[in-house]
Design a protein around this ligand. Sequence first.
Ligand SMILES: C[S@@+](CC[C@H](N)C(=O)[O-])C[C@H]1O[C@@H](n2cnc3c(N)ncnc32)[C@H](O)[C@@H]1O
Length: 255
Amino acid sequence: MPVWDPTRYLQFADDRARPFLDLIAQIPTQPSTIVDLGCGPGHLTKHLRARWPGAEILGVDSSAEMINTAIGDNTDALANYDVADLVSWTPSRPTDLFVSNAAFQWVPDQFDVIDRLLERLTDGGTFAIQVPNNADSATHRTIDELARSDPYREQLDDVRRLPTVSPHDYLTFFAQRGLTVNAWETTYLHVLHGPDPVYEWISGTGLRPFLQALDGESRARFADDLRERLAAEFVPEEAGTVLPFRRTFAVATRA
Ligand SMILES: C[S@@+](CC[C@H](N)C(=O)[O-])C[C@H]1O[C@@H](n2cnc3c(N)ncnc32)[C@H](O)[C@@H]1O
């Protein structure tokens, strides 16, 4: 499991918040109990609090670094946070809303985990999820090509790649369990600025397992090689450097 750096992750906080806002805008229910699965540094809690002022909110994340930031930055949000691995975590009581933004792509066998969590979803409750669906993008293709080349191949062969999960996959999964599903995908065009902006973006998230699998010298060389390849792939335009990013969404509600 990669070690997270909340400061680096929050570098693009506004761009990363947008899909969360689009996700919760589609939630049709009025939950009293909310769990944010893989809540990260807690910068999204304020949006849950604004939408559902009276709800009990719990954020769960396996990263102690992320949870410490969430606790420190949310003293006025009246939310609770726990360090826990979603693979084995179960809420202590039934929950009206499970929401998860950009986290389940990191969870092995995610459908087994969601299935188990659904046992704790109340009648009338909602499971709302967003995951990146851009394994075929220039960013991931470039990382993958470099990781499969020498001298990195041996050390990076086992690094888990981003899974591909489409809206239809979630629609089928939730519908088979009797939930009503609203599933869709959106491609965002993030306009980035500054030096090596695409590298900066992914070094806060998807690149971390690759960098952490390498030792000091080869890590620095890999980072340099990748910056060079990404600079050739993402040429700045008038607006800035444009990073297309496709994401899968599903909002599933139990009758
Ligand atoms: C890309 S961040 C997303 C954070 C936040 N939800 C957001 O949208 O900004 C992914 C988060 O998922 C968490 N995560 C990954 N695997 C996890 C697991 N098995 N259990 C709990 N959290 C996990 C990471 O620690 C990280 O904070």
